[in-house]
Design a protein around this ligand. Structure first.
Ligand code: ATP
Ligand code: MG
Length: 656
């Protein structure tokens, strides 16, 4: 047993090994992106299980997203530790609530609110407050914030004011809408996402017998991404723990990107205050990214301010050097999307798998132009955070059909003469019109085909992993996945928001739309909000293993006014930009330092041809009027080479 457990430790460095083997008492891992935090806790659980020190069913691993939970379960299976619960706070709480509701309250658990924003709109209408789409979204956000910080409607205005919330409407008005929203839910016997945690906390606080039952089941807790724990989640964790200290948390304060929802890195940074005997372990070796990417990440952190920044740890790359990050400026958004799609095409042609490439943006609305450009370039892609796989109509229908076929089993004439599981699935799906050949072109028909093809791939993987499994086994597996909302991996380029990219990694990452106004986003006003935007960019940069491209467009539409500037966070980091102003608190001198500042520092050369720039417009763009506006870095280089060659042929200096 000991040998087989020790094998789990082989792929870890000494500090990670300490995380994995310190199974007694509280453990806190403070470490930067890519240092192997998630890997260390996964191996910790596997080590505990394989050494016989942890019973699988007694371990609860909490991750930030369902996808991360699914990945952890997969890794644990590979490491020979099955049966461990790896869930999000929400899904763990929902399970407990469903189980204990009849005993604690009686009857069945109320239905979950599916269209929260609609219910908030209804509450607004009852209060005679008309909210436009943006206000509706923001008021819903305020209600969510109030709930996770356990603020009742009457206390909302004071609490929101104290927390410096940017309320979209009068705070008293929001309090009234919040109260009405709660009433509407009660009238309709419904609960929302936040209620799941609130009610679980309530039951565990009030019913000691139930709390004891839960504590008897779970003896050991592991929490990933602990820097983004909300006060409500923290309370739940405390209740699960009781007076025990068998908790291991890992996090990176520099990746706190959910404070707008009430999350705070304080629990991570103050872990020793709460558990004075805790072992604190720091990791600094970055296994994910090349020295070039790590250099940029360290540069971003060096400019950060605030509490999280005080605890930053300089990363040290363990990988071979790779290409420098590319900075690319485009005249407008469609040109940017087209340029990015072209680069992606080149990477794929050079052998980088599409599934190893991601395009990350600040807000989901930015995805459309990239979807279009990738489709035009014939590059497959998947959108993360959009409609989830198992929620798609065609997947739901297919699951129903598969379930029906599994029930009728061998009696189903459709399955006569079919031996392999994947073949059975193909046969069943063909009965609802799916054929093995994809339909021509793109669009909705193709999307539906792709979804069912992904189901077939899932069946193939499942059959490979579990020889002899039946259709009924597969359906059970798929239904479990559906419950966990864990979509299968589609081998396309990932399009995702920076928030949704947390914890993930790709060989090539494109950070797009990096203008001032997008990162930091215009509505980030306070110092803390701007700092959170910087951390968001840090999260984006640290997703890349090898290739990193940062781009922005000077205007939104073709022919539009070039009024945008590259993100202020890149000042001093991207070639040709000056260091951010240090005075006046934040590094955030509004936008890029102006032409006057540069001209005081001597002549500035055009980035393309090297000619000395003369007037403010040129200085702003770092490019002379004669040079083309498509500032693709590759184009620069080709132009520079061409001009140098031409100048040489003419016997003139290179910058002519
Ligand atoms: P994030 O902060 O982004 O969540 P993380 O600290 O959780 O990052 P992981 O995702 O666990 O980092 O690891 C980053 C990458 O480095 C992964 O591909 C992982 O497999 C690899 N890695 C981690 N530790 C080691 C190691 N000791 N040897 C080799 N590869 C490692
Ligand atoms: Mg991680």
């Amino acid at each position: 047993v000991a040998d087989s457990a020790d094998a789990v430790l082989l792929g870890l460095d000494p500090e990670q090994r300490e995380v994995a083997t310190a199974l007694d008492g509280a453990v806190c891992v403070l470490a930067g992106a890519g240092t192997g935090k998630t890997r260390a806790i996964t191996h910790r659980i596997a080590y505990g299980v394989r050494s016989g020190r942890l019973a699988p069913a007694s371990v609860l691993a909490v991750t930030f997203t369902n996808r991360a939970a699914g990945e952890m379960r997969g890794r644990l299976r590979t490491l020979g530790a099955e049966g461990v619960q790896a869930r999000t706070f929400h899904s763990a709480a929902l399970r407990q609530l469903q189980y204990f509701w009849p005993r604690a309250v009686g009857g069945e658990l109320p239905r979950l609110v599916e269209r929260k924003v609609q219910l908030v709109a209804e509450a607004g209408a009852r209060c005679r407050v008309r909210l436009d789409r943006n206000e509706l979204r923001d008021v819903t956000g305020e209600i969510e914030w109030a709930k996770v910080t356990q603020t009742v409607p009457a206390d909302y205005p004071a609490a929101a004011l104290k927390a410096g919330r940017e309320a979209p409407r009068d705070m008293a008005e929001i309090a009234q809408i919040y109260s009405t929203y709660e009433q509407l839910k009660r009238d309709r016997v419904m609960i929302d996402f936040e209620d799941v945690l609130l009610l679980t906390v309530g039951i565990l606080e009030d019913r000691h017998d139930i709390a004891e039952t839960v504590r008897a089941q779970y003896q050991h807790f592991v929490v990933d991404e602990y820097q983004d724990v909300s006060p409500l989640q923290q309370r739940l964790l405390e209740l699960w723990l009781g007076d025990r200290e068998s908790l291991c948390v890992v996090g990176d304060a520099s990746q706190t990107i959910y404070s707008f929802t009430g999350a705070t890195p304080d629990h991570l940074l103050d872990f020793r205050t709460r558990f004075p005997r805790a072992t604190v372990i720091k990791l600094v070796r970055d296994y994910r990214s090349t020295p070039q990417v790590v250099h940029l990440a360290n540069g971003l952190l060096a400019q950060a301010r605030g509490r999280a920044a005080e605890h930053r740890l300089e990363l040290v790359s363990q990988r071979e050097p790779g290409p420098d990050p590319a900075y690319t400026e485009y005249p407008d958004e469609p040109a940017e999307a087209e340029g990015v799609a072209r680069r992606i095409r080149n990477l794929i042609d050079a052998g980088v798998p599409a599934g190893e490439i991601a395009v990350l943006f600040r807000i989901n609305a930015q995805s459309e132009v990239y979807e279009q450009a990738l489709a035009d370039a014939g590059v497959p892609y998947q959108l993360r955070g959009a409609e989830r796989f198992f929620e798609r109509q065609e997947v739901r229908n297919a699951l129903l059909t598969l379930r029906g076929a599994a029930r009728s089993g061998a009696r189903d004439p459709l399955l006569d003469d079919v031996v392999g599981l994947a073949a059975q699935v193909r046969a069943v799906l063909s009965s609802i019109g799916w054929s093995q050949q994809p339909p021509a072109g793109s669009g909705a028909v193709r999307d539906r085909w792709e979804s069912l093809a992904a189901l077939v791939r899932l069946a193939e993987d499942f059959a490979g992993a579990r020889p002899g499994a039946t259709l009924a086994d597969l359906v059970t597996e798929l239904e479990e996945r559906a419950a966990a909302q864990h979509a299968p991996t589609v081998q396309g380029v990932t399009l995702a928001s920076l928030h949704a990219a947390k914890g993930l990694e790709w060989d090539a990452v494109f950070l797009v739309g990096l203008t001032d106004g997008m990162v930091p986003i215009t509505y980030a006003k306070t110092d803390e909000q701007v700092e959170e935007e910087r951390r968001l960019l840090y999260v984006g940069v640290t997703r890349a293993r090898v290739h990193l491209t940062l781009s922005w467009a000077l205007s939104r539409s073709p022919g539009g006014r070039a009024s945008r500037r590259p993100s202020r966070f890149l000042n001093g980091l991207r070639p040709g930009s000056s260091a951010p102003a240090r005075s006046g608190g934040l590094a955030a001198a509004p936008g890029e330092p102006g032409a006057r500042r540069r001209s005081r520092r001597g002549p500035v050369a055009c980035r393309v041809c090297g000619r000395t720039l003369t007037h403010a417009g040129e200085l702003k763009l770092m490019r002379c009027e004669d040079c083309p506006s498509d500032m693709d870095e590759g184009l620069y280089e080709r132009l520079r080479d061409w001009r140098a060659g031409r100048a040489k042929a003419l016997g003139m200096p290179a910058y002519c």
